[in-house]
Ligand binder design. Structure first.
Ligand code: B12
Length: 220
């Protein structure tokens, strides 16, 4: 079983690297056929694939068109797998606004985090990518969400997070804010006044549940 699972994950990974949508879709269908864990297959197949693409881009072997085709292949796999992620009984009753900062169109990571929040039972308001600062503030007020999640993938775009956090907190000091994305870390999160940082989707969910529970205690 381990061999079969590793073979399917390798096909997912290589399909993304070689921007071969057909191979990725076939491997994704095999994930279901053999009842493999869907989230693990995303994190051990598709994600290492796209990370290797980043390395190839950095080393000058790939350029933007290749990166784009690789991300299409990654989404082809994600689209097959996503509907089969099991919806649990809500683990928690909470609402989340999520989006990628203005100027940044990297949304694969944000979509994985969003998917996991959905699965955990949160109501998620997704602003998409390249989101102007004011939109985060307006959507939080409109939906009265407990948490706002902000994603950025570039060192050039992440700095706007500091302003977004200040503006949201100025309107509503009870909101909890989490940030994430490859260039972020805990130090930046605390420097900018965010309530949390998580390096990946499972930790994002754990932390969000903690924040919502603490908020409920505070306001009860
Ligand atoms: C795929 C990709 C693209 C695709 C994006 C497609 C899409 N729809 O997202 C395309 C081809 C469009 C692209 C374009 C560009 N890209 Co690009 N891209 C990447 C690449 C290879 C992978 C990113 C990715 O999806 N990773 C996989 C996901 C799953 O990981 P993740 O995003 O980190 O998300 C996880 C965690 O961070 C966390 N998380 C994410 N968000 C959040 C939010 C919260 C609240 C929390 C708690 C957690 C969390 O959970 C996620 C799941 O576990 C990276 C290289 C890399 N290895 O990171 C470069 C990279 C990000 N790109 C880069 C660049 C430079 C660009 C371009 C400027 C290139 C150009 N010259 O045009 C443009 C930018 C366009 C723009 N304005 O945004 C640079 C950024 C460098 C920098 N300054 O920081 C990188 C690092 C490549 C490099 N090494 O140079 N790119």
């Amino acid at each position: 079983m381990d061999e079969l699972r590793n073979d399917i994950w390798t096909r997912l990974k290589n399909g993304v690297i070689n921007f071969d949508e057909e191979i990725v879709v076939e491997a994704a269908e095999d994930v279901m056929k053999h009842s493999l864990n869907i989230y693990e297959s995303i994190m051990n197949g598709l994600v290492p694939g796209i990370n290797e693409v980043g390395r190839l881009y950095e080393s000058g072997e790939y350029f933007v068109p290749e990166m784009l085709m690789c991300s299409d292949a990654m989404y082809a796999g994600l689209n097959v797998l996503r509907p089969h992620l099991k919806q649990h009984e809500p683990i928690i009753n909470g609402q989340i606004v999520i989006g990628v900062v203005q100027g940044d169109i990297h949304d694969i990571g944000k979509n994985i985090v969003k998917m996991m929040f959905d699965v955990a039972g949160f109501k998620v308001y997704d602003l998409g990518r390249d989101v102007p600062l004011e939109k985060f503030v307006e959507e939080q007020l409109r939906t009265d969400s407990e948490i706002v999640c902000i994603s950025a993938m570039m060192t050039t775009t992440m700095n706007s997070m500091s302003d977004i956090i200040k503006k949201i907190k100025a309107k509503n000091s009870n909101v909890r804010i989490m940030i994430g994305g490859a260039p972020l870390n805990e130090q930046l999160a605390s420097k900018w006044g965010a309530d949390g940082y998580a390096a990946d989707a499972p930790n994002a969910i754990k932390y969000a549940i903690k924040l919502v529970n603490a908020l409920k205690e505070l306001t009860s």
